[in-house]
Design a protein around this ligand. Structure first.
Ligand code: NCD
Ligand code: ZN
Ligand code: ZN
Length: 345
């Protein structure tokens, strides 16, 4: 039985939501990860340093007793964002980064950026301060094929941002294509890419395996197997510009199993199991710690976690769902299946 000891990992892309849903999901991330970059796409979105500080306090109140977990906060970029507030929040240690959602690209992105021209002053201030910009990289025009939206964003938007702000530090979140991998690599001195479990595990066939599978629907959508191959090679390469970001995105079951279902895969309870499976399949367990525990902190200029965790190749069953008292349940990645890896207490 293989065993692996590594520094406690961090998750550089999570959605915690708010209220009862937040209280149900935070413990799953907090048990497995030392820190997490918390996405600001609430309704209304977290757009200011003050709102991020208040949200951080609500998250901390949901962390189980005795669990050591630090939420790292982000601000949601809008056409009206105030550069002084954003960069002030970064200097004060309240904000770790800013999140750019193109308007109407994904869940709760309707308040997002309508044109890069509108946010130039903020990007310039962030560039000067060394504050990272985290990007949901998809164009939103209705005529663009949903499977092409990331590659088109790289060409039509991202390369322009990188050229106009040569010192800006950028994370392409949830990379799903070989084009995304390539642009990260080409700018690795100041760029990084996060990768989700589902995009490393599955290609787009999984959306339709035996029928339509709403719990596999997320944005950016699953792609062809050629892209999955490129992602797996990048994640397991050990290159510093690629690291773990689950994009765990909880939605209640009835909002996904619906005529117009929500986008997002809830992976927090089984994310490390999923990533370990990928690295084991690729014979790259020796590079797991770089991806899960070292590359992320290095990019964010934080120390790696000091404590170690041990996992072993021992199967365990995954429950069907996580209960949200009074609201419903959230279906988990690998629900009802058996996973190969388990933590050693
Ligand atoms: C995320 C969500 O539900 O907030 N959904 C998703 O499919 N990834 C938003 C996002 O990360 O784009
Ligand atoms: Zn996104
Ligand atoms: Zn996300």
């Amino acid at each position: 039985m293989r065993r692996l000891t590594f520094r406690r990992p961090d998750d550089w892309h999570v959605h915690f939501r708010d209220g009862d849903l937040m209280r149900a999901v935070v413990p799953h991330t907090a048990r497995a990860f030392g820190r997490a970059i918390v996405m600001p796409n609430l309704t209304p979105p977290v757009t200011t340093a003050a709102a991020a500080a208040a949200y951080r306090d609500r998250i901390l109140a949901a962390v189980p007793e005795g669990v050591d977990f630090t939420p790292l906060m982000t601000a949601y970029l809008t056409d009206g964002s105030d550069p002084a507030d954003i960069v002030g929040g970064f200097r004060d240690g309240v904000l770790a980064a800013v999140k750019l959602y193109p308007a109407h690209a994904t869940t709760n992105s309707q308040f997002g950026v309508t044109s890069i021209a509108a946010v130039r002053p903020v990007l310039a201030a962030m560039e000067a301060a060394g504050m990272p910009l985290l990007i949901h990289g998809e164009v939103t025009r209705a005529e663009v094929d949903v499977f092409d939206r990331e590659a088109r964003f790289v060409d039509e938007v991202l390369l322009g941002i990188l050229k106009d702000f040569p010192g800006l530090r950028v994370v392409l979140e949830h990379v799903t294509t070989s084009e995304g991998v390539d642009v990260v690599r080409a700018h690795a001195d100041r760029m990084a890419g996060t990768m989700t479990p589902q995009h490393l595990l599955y290609d787009r066939n999984e959306l339709f395996r035996g029928g339509i599978r709403p719990h596999m629907y997320c944005l950016p959508i699953l792609k062809r197997s050629t892209h999955k191959k490129a992602l797996r090679a990048a994640a397991t390469s050990g290159e510093a510009c690629f690291f773990l970001g689950t994009d765990t995105a909880p939605h209640l079951r009835h909002t996904k199993e619906a005529p117009c279902g929500c986008a997002g895969v809830f992976s927090a309870p089984t994310a490390l199991e999923a990533y370990l499976k990928v690295f084991a399949e690729e014979n790259a367990l020796d590079r797991f710690e770089a991806f899960a525990s070292l590359n992320g902190p290095a990019f964010y200029r934080l120390p790696a976690n000091e404590t170690r965790v041990t996992w072993e190749e021992r199967a365990h069953p995954v429950p069907q769902a996580v209960e949200v008292p009074g609201a419903g349940e959230i279906v988990t990645l690998f629900a009802g299946e058996t996973v190969d890896w388990s933590p050693v207490a």
